[in-house]
Design a protein around this ligand. Structure first.
Ligand code: 8DG
Length: 314
């Protein structure tokens, strides 16, 4: 099947993002979209973005940075249409965006986006915009005071996504830790994932559940509501497929590099990681042997960012 390569641009100004409303004669009519369009033959993504923003919005843009790539198959009147969205973002533009093709153009605060209707493929873009590029997983701690002190360090490092993983504690102890620390996490603009079961969410204000790879197969569909985040931990193609089947919002794929935590597992390496991520329409974090200095390499290989215990949990 032919794949249509689409350049999609997230134009940002402080906390706001510029969107256009798709018109009646277009597919996905009356859905909001990030401006963009088909990449023409011989054009780079950067060139396509610059051209589309001049043609559609009358603005000059520059400094486009990759955010996420989304493979998707739409059904267009019974026919399959395969697209690959190459999503980039920038804060760098000249001019006032306006609908040069008669379309409605508007700025929205980033936290309003979840209330809008987008084409289906855009769910992964919204998640990518919300999550940041570092995911800290809790490691060893002596007691709850020590946990809070280590957590403070993670938050002051500017990390916005944290997983509470405490294998030695029972459910009540984990929920208590979550409850005791959730205000500090939210105050820092971060989100808390619990390494546990979906039922736990009813009892805390945590933001989501991170399912271990063996838990993924216990479900046929998404086990929690859309108001919470579902993370899925994976190691291979079969687990990735299952993670998508149960509608995970984002994925951890590991081990990318050799790691002391799982010495028995073969590392995937960056090449295999990149190949696997190419098929995934939601953000994927690289896990296993990750260090801050590998963040750029992770992104170049299609990752949302890096996840780690020892690098972030000091
Ligand atoms: N520009 C843009 N396109 C998107 C987004 N999300 C999404 O699924 N798409 C899809 C919808 C279309 O299939 C394709 C956009 O191509 P286009 O803008 O050149 O398409 P078009 O309206 O001229 O043509 P058509 O899809 O109506 O045939 O990408 C998005 O946020 N922005």
């Amino acid at each position: 099947m032919d794949v249509l390569d689409i350049a999609v641009g997230v134009l940002r100004c402080e906390e706001e993002i510029c969107l256009s409303l798709r018109q009646k004669h277009q597919s996905h009519a009356d859905h909001w979209e990030f401006p963009g369009g088909k990449i023409e033959a011989g054009e780079s993504i950067d060139e396509a973005l610059k051209r589309e923003f001049i043609e559609e919005l009358g603005v000059q843009t520059d400094n486009w940075q990759p955010l996420i790539e989304i493979p998707w198959v739409y059904d267009k009147k019974g026919e399959e249409v395969s697209v690959r969205l190459h999503v980039y973002q920038t804060y760098d533009f000249d001019g006032t965006p306006h609908g040069k093709e008669g379309q409605l153009v508007r700025w929205f605060n980033q936290n309003e986006l979840r209330e809008l209707t987008f084409p289906q493929a855009n769910q992964g873009i919204l998640t990518a915009l919300e999550l940041g590029d570092r995911y800290a997983i809790s490691g060893r701690f002596a007691d709850s005071e020590d946990f809070s002190a280590r957590l403070d360090k993670v938050l002051s490092d500017g990390i916005k996504l944290i997983q509470l993983r405490a294998k030695g504690l029972d459910e009540a102890e984990v929920l208590k830790l979550a409850q005791d620390n959730i205000d500090a996490i939210h105050k820092a603009g971060a989100k808390l994932m619990l390494n546990g079961t979906p039922e736990w969410l009813a009892q805390t204000r945590a933001d989501g559940i991170q399912l271990a790879s063996n838990q993924l197969f216990e479900y046929d569909s998404r086990p929690i509501g859309k108001d919470k985040l579902l993370g899925a931990s994976t190691h291979n193609a079969e687990e990735l497929t299952q993670a998508l089947k149960i509608d995970a919002d984002f994925i951890l794929l590991s081990p990318v590099l050799p790691t002391a935590t799982h010495p028995d597992m073969d590392a995937l390496g960056w090449e295999a990681f990149a190949e696997m991520v190419k098929e995934i329409p939601v953000p994927v974090f690289a896990l296993g042997g990750m260090k801050t200095e590998l963040l750029n390499q992770a992104k170049l290989n299609g990752a949302q960012g890096i996840a780690a215990i020892s690098e972030f949990w000091k």
